[in-house]
Ligand binder design. Sequence first.
Ligand SMILES: NC(=O)c1ccc[n+]([C@@H]2O[C@H](COP(=O)([O-])OP(=O)(O)OC[C@H]3O[C@@H](n4cnc5c(N)ncnc54)[C@H](O)[C@@H]3O)[C@@H](O)[C@H]2O)c1
Length: 329
Amino acid sequence: MNSKKNILVIGGCGYIGSHMVKCLLTAGHEVVVLDDLSAGFADSLLGGKLIVGDCGDRELLNQIFSQHKFDGVLHFASYIQVGESVTNPAKYYQNNVAKTLTLLETMKDHNLKTLIFSSTAAVFGEPDYSPIDEQHPRVPINPYGMSKNMVEAMLQDFDHAYDFRSVALRYFNAAGADAEARIGERHQPETHLIPLALQAVLGKRPALKVFGRDYETPDGTCIRDYIHIDDLSTAHLLALEYLWNGGETAAFNLGNGAGFSVQEVLDAVEKVAGKPVPIENTERRAGDPARLVADSSLAKKTLAWQPQYPDLSTIVQHAWQWEQKRPTC
Ligand SMILES: NC(=O)c1ccc[n+]([C@@H]2O[C@H](COP(=O)([O-])OP(=O)(O)OC[C@H]3O[C@@H](n4cnc5c(N)ncnc54)[C@H](O)[C@@H]3O)[C@@H](O)[C@H]2O)c1
């Protein structure tokens, strides 16, 4: 393990960022968070110093990079709703691409050239095969996925031109919560299956819609890859250490490798909650592939990453504990 480092976490008040802050603090590092609180919550931070601001604000970034000497930057800040990205692409290209370019330029100007970037399975579009490895063609089918793909391309170019080292981590579905339920998933609006199912059980929302039961999967429902939020955080820390140890710019797919069907998730929720999830069966949704599962063998081999919570029951258990005690927003 490396000695104490100074890390800037952008978007650290969000779901994944707040668990990352926990992971960094536990590892003994110093953390500064930059977040505009557009979708995050200051009280999701278990420590570190919060600067409220926009990661596209060049003046603010210059100020921050002049005042602090960072060993690396973790960039979680983006808008994340696929549907909204289709109806309002400008919002997504502005926040996710243009502001990230300002961030990268400013980092380069301050000779800070170590970055971990939150990418997504959405860069692949409709899968040609599954599990999806890093060689799979990247053909995003919505502006959200495209915005992440564009940043990945910028990161490659920054590497070639400026020796700017980065790791893009393509998550499939982040899930679960802190085992002590201090922090957890808190999206507004929520679009992810596990919290939606838990909230339906708790009567916080109407019946959960199951989109299609006629897919070519063993139980007919779609299969997705869920990775525990703490395992995801550990992968980021390992990716930082990889870069500190001289690793080259890279992109890794991160998932469990084992997909779980929508029905398996509903069964796991029922088991944990002790009652069935109210559901409404509806037609398939356009653009929903039958299977989206990551091949994470490259990350496992290169980063020596090994998920600690590969089983769905622990992921759902932790999410359930959080869901029962979380604030209303
Ligand atoms: N949640 C998932 O399953 C998932 C899957 C794949 C990829 N990702 C990626 O992971 C990252 C984090 O996702 P999340 O689920 O934690 O989302 P989130 O919305 O909970 O967190 C994003 C955070 O970024 C902040 N933010 C947004 N724009 C900003 C800006 N311009 N300046 C400063 N702060 C800004 C928000 O306030 C929020 O705190 C995103 O980049 C997302 O695309 C998430």
